[in-house]
Design a binder for this molecule. Structure first.
Ligand SMILES: *Cc1c(COP(=O)(O)O)cnc(C)c1O
Length: 423
């Protein structure tokens, strides 16, 4: 379905019924699948035939969503995971051993930062961070023979930094290293990382893809363009997998995706549930429509806040004054999504008063669904940090993260305006 536009793929890609079948995917709530012939099952175990045999590995409802997101991203294969975090972990597990390292942009979702800086090192996998505005040479200096992956987000949160795809893609090409992008906050409606040199795309479908705060989920999309064959960095892909009858993944048309499912989904069971795949499939029908409204609402809200006397600073890439404006014009021409960060004049106390005065916009540990919400990292997600440590993490105490929803713009603006009047 690659020839269709995103608006069409959102509603049509993923599942097509045969005569007399349900129009939308059914929730296939079954752990296992029946086959009368032993030979047929043996072939499935050998990856010689197509079919489902156990829902820890693959499931028809999950597959419908996988096919839809693969089509939207322009990839060749996708794997639905139990959460965005598990999608990132499974990606690392498919590529890395103890002793290997990841090179990663510092502007990063907090959960990913914890995984890379605290949890993975306990298993001998380390991470080297570069600042988002680092030069090609500075990034290249971090890559050595044990680097298996360069990782970055299209729109980083809460710094709202836009990824310089060309810079990273060039470094990865020169060093024959795989380039993975977390495209959660842009979605394939606003940006398709495969068009700019990425080899893998990862989503927390929990966010815009579902869009209704109903279901946790993650997705790994394989672009199918990375050449593993003969690449010394990826010995595992070039030698027989004894746990899979001597399969050599580099010889397959979908090397990464097959290895990830056959080994890592098999060994961890971190697959998306059929229920969550169904909710996410329904939610994604309106992804293109919703993103249009998130973008126009956020751009207008950013302009309003930028001119408000009680706002000290603001970050939103479509603003002319934003440091990422040029990159946003290049990579996010349809809009910069719904995430805004801004600083209120004052400190923790003013932030709390402002947030408690909001009537429509709610305080939540969530982003990227249809309802507008705010979070004050210094008193919630990052409250264990001192003021100094916050500054080092690039999170001023007065930073408020606003995820702009799809309500009527005037109602969003008047809620913000009334709350700012109280401080
Ligand atoms: C939320 C989020 C994740 C993690 O997703 P979960 O489904 O909560 O595990 C990863 N990356 C980004 C950019 C996110 O916003």
């Amino acid at each position: 379905m690659k020839e269709y536009r995103p608006e069409t793929l959102c509603v049509q890609a993923g599942y097509r019924p045969q005569s007399g079948e349900s129009r939308i995917p059914q929730i296939c709530q079954s752990t296992t699948f029946f086959y009368p012939e032993t030979k047929k099952m043996a072939d499935l175990f050998d990856l010689k035939g197509e079919g489902f045999f156990y829902s820890r590995l693959a499931n028809p409802t999950v597959e419908a969503l996988e096919k839809r997101i693969a089509a939207l991203e322009g990839g060749v294969y996708a794997i639905g995971c139990s959460s965005g975090m598990s999608a990132i972990l499974l990606t690392v597990m498919t590529l890395c051993h103890a002793g290997d390292n990841i090179v990663c942009a510092a502007g990063l979702y907090g959960g990913t930062h914890n995984l890379f800086s605290t949890t993975l090192p306990k298993f001998g996998i380390t991470c080297r961070f570069f600042q988002n505005d680092a030069t090609e040479a500075e990034i290249e200096a971090l890559i050595d023979r044990n680097t298996r992956l360069v990782f970055a987000e299209t729109i980083a949160n809460p710094s709202i930094a836009v990824l310089d795809f060309e810079k990273i893609a060039s470094v990865c090409r020169k060093n024959a290293v795989l380039f993975a992008v977390d495209n959660t906050l842009a979605t394939p409606v606003l940006c398709r990382p495969f068009d700019f040199g990425a080899h893998l795309v990862i989503h927390a479908t929990t966010k815009y893809m579902d869009g209704h705060a109903a279901a946790l989920g993650g997705m790994i999309v394989d672009g199918g363009t990375f050449v593993f064959r003969g690449n010394e960095r990826y010995a595992d892909f070039n030698s027989p997998d004894e746990s899979y009858h001597g399969l050599v993944y580099a010889d397959l048309p979908v090397a990464f995706g097959t290895k990830c499912r056959a080994q890592m989904i098999r060994d961890t069971g971190a697959i998306m549930s059929p229920q969550n795949a169904f909710y996410t499939y329904l939610g994604s029908d309106t992804l293109a429509l919703r993103m249009e409204r998130h973008c126009t609402n956020a751009a207008a809200t950013a302009r309003f806040l930028a001119e408000h006397p009680k706002i000290e600073w603001i970050r939103y890439p479509s603003l002319q004054t934003d440091p990422y404006h040029t990159l946003a014009q290049k990579y996010l021409p349809k809009g910069a999504g719904g995430m805004i960060s801004f600083g209120i004049r004052g400190g923790v106390e003013q932030c709390a008063r402002f947030m408690e005065a909001l009537r429509l916009i709610t305080q939540e540990t969530h982003i990227a669904d249809v309802r507008s919400c705010v979070l004050h990292p210094a008193s919630t997600t990052h409250r264990q940090l001192s003021e100094q440590a916050l500054a080092q993490a690039g999170i001023p105490v007065n930073l408020i993260r606003l995820s702009v929803g799809i309500e009527h713009l005037d109602d969003i603006l008047s809620d913000l305006s009334d709350a700012l009047d109280t401080i």
